[in-house]
Design a protein around this ligand. Sequence first.
Ligand code: 5GP
Length: 241
Amino acid sequence: MSGILYIISAPSGSGKTTLVNELRQYVTSLEFSISYTTRPPRGSEQDGREYHFITRSEFEAMKDRDEFLEFAEVFGNYYGTARSVLEQAREHGHDLLLDIDVQGARQVKKKMPEALSIFVLPPSRKELESRLRKRSQSENMHSEEVIKRRLDTARKEIENYPNYDYILVNDRLEQSVDQLQAIVLAERIRRAGKPFSNEDQRFLTTAEKCLKSNMEEKIRNILASFDVALPAVLENAEVKR
Ligand code: 5GP
């Protein structure tokens, strides 16, 4: 693939979909992969717009024909990215963004290590819980069981943050959109190999602040709220203080 491949993952309820939808308005020449899923459409979702909604046997058939770049089972449903999306983006000369879970991200990184990955974190466990509650109320399927399961899954997903290049804490939407845009554009700016303008420099600086290595101190409390262990390097730094 000649274009840039971006991967974005987040626990359910982190506001990733809103972020990605905002990004669409600010960044051109970026395609957004439409995944295949066996889950039924929600709310106003339309086949071919948010997802290609297919049956389990159709999914199995695609899997057998090796048509997926990656696939995973999430909350009891299959989700997968068709290999063809890469070819399409390449033909159009566009970059491509995959909104996929941590299992899918791992598979793609293995096949395409040059892919650039972004993990979105909620500001805290408490905030995620409140967002999940609001969402389940608006969907009229309030269930403590579902919320507990989603929070549990969130913790397991967050444990995977060290596999990502960039970390975004989705606290204030406007700032998070700015940061996401900067991460996407910074990679393009770097690859263009041209002298940097002042605006380029601004994007590069914002993106650099979101690099995982520059975020680990900042996300310490968020990780702790989810009971996710800190990497050994940080724990040692704490002991020395
Ligand atoms: P939802 O059902 O809420 O739209 O998505 C549930 C989860 O599945 C999200 O974390 C989303 O990123 C992930 N997902 C969506 N499409 C794909 C895909 O093609 N592959 C993988 N591995 N995960 C996906």
